[in-house]
Design a protein around this ligand. Sequence first.
Ligand code: NDP
Ligand code: MG
Length: 390
Amino acid sequence: MNNDTIIKKRIAIFGSTGSIGTQALEVIETNEDKFSVEVLTAQQNDDLLIQQALKFNPNIVVIGDEKKYRKVKDALASTDIKVFTGENALEEVASMDCYDFMLAAIVGFAGLKPTMKAIEIGKAIGLANKETLVVAGDIIMNKAVENKVPVIPVDSEHSAIFQCLIGETRNRIEKVILTASGGPFIGRKPNYLVNVKREHALQHPNWNMGAKISIDSATLMNKGLEMIEAKWLFNLRPEQIQVVIHQQSIIHSMVQFEDGSIKAQMGLPDMKLPIQYALAFPKRLKNNFPRLDFRKVSTLSFEEPDVKTFRNLVLAQEALNKGGNLPCIMNAANEIVVYAFLRNRISFLDMTDAIEKTMQSVTYIGKPTLEEYFESDGEARNFAADLINL
Ligand code: NDP
Ligand code: MG
């Protein structure tokens, strides 16, 4: 074994076939001297998983859908790559001591359990899956502290805040300012939104992302989830978190300190940068991504979000303030309504109504256990699905 092999960081990408996962593999491909790929996982996309496995030669792949196991196994038969499938495969593999760093890039609640396992065995986490913290942020962050596990944000806003906080450990935060592009429907009112379809909602002006987060960006639920994510990552009180619309997505977020000084992290909107930052932390790696040229930026604009139209922000603020299982309930209902909207089963504005009713109806618990979070998630999913006749 030569020195290069010894110092390579061994990466496990949970959700490797998604928007974040594929961009992470691009970063790794251009830095093969620094990273090796040990684990790749997908739910359905067997073709891309096979292609990625043949290219990056991981130790293990997981295909969630058992019906696809045979195909993946056969395609990789001539390699040493181990293939896992089934309900518990993600948790089993996350518990194996064969990697150094988990990139948590599964979408939705499904990402929680494997991330928890990785933290339990002391693996560093690059966290893209914000739903994990929205659902059970207290338990996750306590476990991370207990096991001395760094949780490095991948979400661009939180990566920005994280970067602004480097060197500031002794200094108090007055507030963080989360920037939001406003999504494809910025400036629109309910009389317009009532007719929008999935195709419109999937067109994000600045970012090219997976389907679920694209809808979350269009409804501004994404920013709501991010407020809760920020609370847990940076140990903030609700009143320390402010959202501002910044359409150009150049300032990725800001931190205001006790002396009133504000730090911002900026750049072109490109998720590869926060992904690379998390993978290589604490180092910055040289790259040839396009650069921001301030001479070509004519305006940076800032405005208050229109919470009368985008009521998801109000619901998320309530979940943030009340805490307990309310963010978990909101997240579950949101996952159900986004699923339904993507299948043209409900309209754009119906999504918020169903989330609100679910939040009002499922029993509130102030300090839930992990099991209670899982129960609340299930209860909220059933309630929301019944409500919209899914
Ligand atoms: P995608 O939908 O593009 O990818 C999701 C990944 O998770 C895929 O690999 C998918 O596999 C896998 N997956 C889906 N469902 C399950 C399941 N039930 N069990 C196990 N694996 C599953 O999502 P994104 O990459 O856009 O987002 C991933 C996470 O990162 C989300 O939490 C999102 O909020 C967050 N994020 C994303 C950003 C972005 O720019 N995309 C920016 C900031 C945060 P398959 O392909 O086989 O379906
Ligand atoms: Mg974000």
